[in-house]
Design a protein around this ligand. Structure first.
Ligand code: ATP
Length: 364
């Protein structure tokens, strides 16, 4: 049965108006639902401007209400997060002239994923997996459909950070089986760590790495996602380069610590992304300083300001800094990313603001 787009539009606006319930001001009347379009096939798109006070489930509720309208075949919500003071852009706005690839439909791999963001670092141990995990969970808590792929197959940390070590299920007919991602804290997860024995090291050569990851991307039943976060292998070698070429990124977040040596590695990482025309969204400085809880005194154990200086030198956006916080390490070990385990900590607030800014950048 075909539906007149204008009738459908009216039905949609009515459904969206009341979808948030009493706790939320009517999202249509308040002008936060924008650019609603319906095509002849019943494919619906609209933008939703979130506010800081909105419940995390609001996007889901609105999407569900739209999907329930008769005649609607699919729903895409372009979620716009509230601006955060902490994540105000600095430096050159994150873009290098000429390095932005034209937006192209994602062919085959991740066809149902709107945006793909890689989290990368020039070297190991700087907190890349920690940033990737918290980024994914922070975005999921704002109602987005989020996937997290642990592509750090040399040391897959994501299962530990999410407290997950079950083996994923394989579903579907013989010959077209798909791996079902696990889910924790609202994020769909896949990691080579789920498929390896605990003490089995994942030592592979470059081409094998790419093969395994490509298979991951093709054979995992991710479903429709607003954003996929990819925890990249550390370093800037061939494996990383070919992975970047395989996944058609929206952009990369570079994680560094404040030391000089670490910023040198990031420089190489940024060059790698530029070589394949992938956009670098900006730089996150992790382990920026330690505040003594009893005195408030701050110790810059690993130096100070390296990430910000590097961002400005490379004309990249400085996305924010995450302090050293024992709660961050404890959260990782306890299987709960910090934005869940200690949401009021400075580290969690910084990570949440970074997530909001990253989303703003990929949807701008
Ligand atoms: N801001 C922080 N405060 C305290 N501990 C942190 C912080 N950031 C990271 N850590 C801890 O440092 C360790 C390394 O972090 P993580 O595994 O995220 O780094 P990585 O760059 O992904 O490392 P690898 O290269 O091994 O994958 C973890 O134990 C993590 O909990």
């Amino acid at each position: 049965m075909s539906h007149d787009p204008e009738t459908l539009r009216r039905a949609l606006l009515a459904a969206l108006s009341s979808a948030g319930g009493d706790a939320v001001e009517d999202p249509v009347a308040s002008g936060r639902v924008q650019d609603l379009t319906v095509d002849a096939e019943g494919a619906v798109r609209f933008a939703l401007q979130l506010r800081a006070a909105d419940p995390g489930a609001l996007v889901k509720q609105l999407r569900g209400a739209a999907e329930a309208v008769e005649g609607v075949s699919s729903v895409k919500v372009n979620v716009q997060l509230p601006r955060t003071a902490q994540a105000a852009p600095a430096g050159g706005g994150g873009l290098k002239a000429g390095s932005v690839p034209a937006p192209t439909p994602r062919p085959g791999i991740l066809a149902d994923t709107d945006h793909v963001v890689a989290v990368s670092s020039g070297k190991g141990g700087v907190g890349k997996s920690m940033v990737a995990s918290n980024l994914a969970v922070a975005l999921a808590r704002r109602g987005l459909r989020v996937g997290l792929m642990d592509a750090d197959i040399y040391g897959p940390n994501i299962p530990l950070m999410f407290g997950q070590n079950d083996r994923p299920q394989v579903v579907g007919e013989k010959g077209s089986e798909m791996i079902q991602p696990l889910e924790a804290h609202g994020v769909k997860l896949m990691s080579l760590g789920f498929l390896l024995e605990e003490d089995q090291p994942a030592i592979m050569r470059g081409p094998l790495v790419t093969g395994v990851l490509k298979q991951f991307l093709e054979q995992v039943a991710w479903g429709a996602l607003d954003v996929m976060v990819v925890d990249m292998p550390p370093g800037t070698g061939d494996a990383q380069l070919s992975l970047v070429q395989t996944i058609d990124l929206d952009g990369a977040v570079m994680v560094t610590t404040p030391q000089k040596v670490a910023t040198g590695d990031v420089r190489r990482g940024v060059k790698m992304f530029e070589r394949v025309n992938a956009r670098v969204l900006g730089i996150v400085e992790n382990m920026s300083g330690f505040t003594v809880p009893s005195t408030g005194e701050v110790f810059h154990l690993f130096g100070q300001g390296g990430g910000e200086a590097l961002a400005s030198e490379l004309s990249l956006e400085f996305l924010g800094s995450v302090p050293i916080d024992p709660a961050v390490a404890a959260a990782g070990d306890a299987g709960q990313p910090t934005v869940v385990s200690a949401p009021d900590s400075d580290a969690a607030k910084a990570l949440d603001a970074i997530a909001a800014r990253v989303w703003e950048q990929v949807t701008a």
